[in-house]
Ligand binder design. Structure first.
Ligand code: G6P
Length: 372
């Protein structure tokens, strides 16, 4: 009923709107009086966490994309190599695991069988397993060495939204905590990043406040047969997630690419009118990321694509090449998935609704897949 959906048309829309709180709640209570990160619940001895020489993130679906984001953040902050792998691929390829490997299993439900089997395998091989899970008392945290709960609250819609943002947030906390413990970042840098993180719930809210523009575009594009999504760096997993959302609930062919890979194949798909979403990184970064993505937008547009660009407020360089521009608040690139993915979620939800589909219960999918 409308009441349990908080007045929204679908659980998915309600959960999209729960996101500022999901992120805030996941950050809550995880620092001590002096502002240091305190993840007591980790229960893995600090000596072990200090000696970790590799992290492998395992997950499925949307949770796996949060792991992609984690790789960029943790490697940058902690200088520990991070691999990200789909749990079912990891489990059956004889992965190299030692007592110095930290396996991070990410799951909303905590019941995904593919992920659970990978967790069991990792522990049998002597690795430490940390679960990042949303559902208390579920199987994956019970079978892991430690758990860092995301506090997104119950997620009902099959397509994951607020759990995704909470997973990314938990991964940032883990990365910053490891950096604190291992001394790979100065305390004030960690504090600064934490403050940036604390500002994210309000920024997500401001993206939600602009949702009408996104919904209007989605309605107008409801008969498009295919969408492409491009991103670099953390924009790449955002692109993958944007494409997954459209596949899952709108049954539209959609693919996400690393923008730099475009010229190695996918650019052949670009034909007149092809809609292409591009996730632009912050132009304030010190690297060349932003200008590379602007070139990618130019390349697809020169070949006839209709570009839908997600870019920071104040980013003027994208304006000439964006047929449609969705603005998000200024956010450091590493943290930007928390705002950049929100318009893509809204777009998919509105498009599915415009097609008359059941947004919360898409065909052929289950919220939690408890078979391998
Ligand atoms: C199913 C759902 C996806 C979800 C994936 C992983 O396939 O349809 O939305 O991302 O499982 O679920 P988990 O509960 O492990 O995060």
């Amino acid at each position: 009923s409308a009441a349990v959906k908080g007045g929204f048309d679908s659980f998915m829309d309600k959960e999209i709107h729960d996101q500022p709180k999901a992120v805030a709640d996941t950050l809550l209570g995880r620092t001590d009086a002096s502002g240091d990160l305190m993840l007591d619940e980790l229960r893995i001895p600090e000596t072990v966490l200090r000696s970790i020489d590799k992290i492998i993130v395992i997950a499925c679906g949307t949770a796996a994309y949060s792991g992609h984001v984690a790789k960029y953040a943790i490697e940058h902050w902690c200088r520990i190599p991070v691999e990200v792998e789909l749990a079912h691929e990891f489990r059956y390829r004889d992965p190299i695991l030692t007592p110095r490997t930290l396996v991070v299993a990410i799951s909303q439900s905590g019941e995904t069988m593919d992920t659970l089997m990978a967790v069991r395998h990792a522990r049998e091989q002597g690795a430490y397993v940390l679960a990042i899970v949303n559902t208390h008392g579920s199987t994956i945290p019970r079978e892991s060495d430690a758990v860092l709960y995301t506090h997104a609250g119950p997620e009902v819609a099959v397509a994951s939204t607020k759990a995704f943002l909470a997973q990314i947030t938990a991964c940032y906390l883990l990365g910053l905590y490891l950096a604190q413990l291992r001394g790979t970042k100065f305390a004030d840098e960690i504090q600064e990043t934490l403050q940036e993180l604390q500002a994210l719930p309000d920024k997500i809210q401001s993206v939600l406040d602009d949702e009408a523009a996104v919904r209007e575009v989605a309605q107008a594009m409801k008969d498009e047969p295919s969408f492409l999504f491009l991103g670099r760096h953390v924009g790449y997993p955002v692109a993958l997630e944007g494409a997954l959302k459209l596949k899952e609930i709108a049954y539209i062919h959609a693919e996400g690419f690393a923008a730099g890979e475009l010229k190695h194949g996918p650019i052949a798909l670009i034909d007149t009118g092809q809609p292409v979403f591009v996730i632009a990184p912050s132009p304030r970064g010190r690297d060349q990321l932003h200008s590379k993505v602007v070139s990618n937008i130019q390349e697809v547009r020169a070949r006839g694509a209709r570009t839908l660009v997600i870019a920071e407020e104040g980013d003027e360089a994208v304006v000439p090449y964006a047929d449609i521009l969705f603005r998000v608040p200024q956010t450091p690139t590493l943290l930007s998935p928390l705002v950049a993915v929100v318009p893509l979620q809204i777009f998919a939800s509105e498009l599915a609704k415009a097609k008359g589909l059941d947004v919360d219960q898409p065909r052929n999918l289950a919220k939690s897949v408890t078979v391998e």
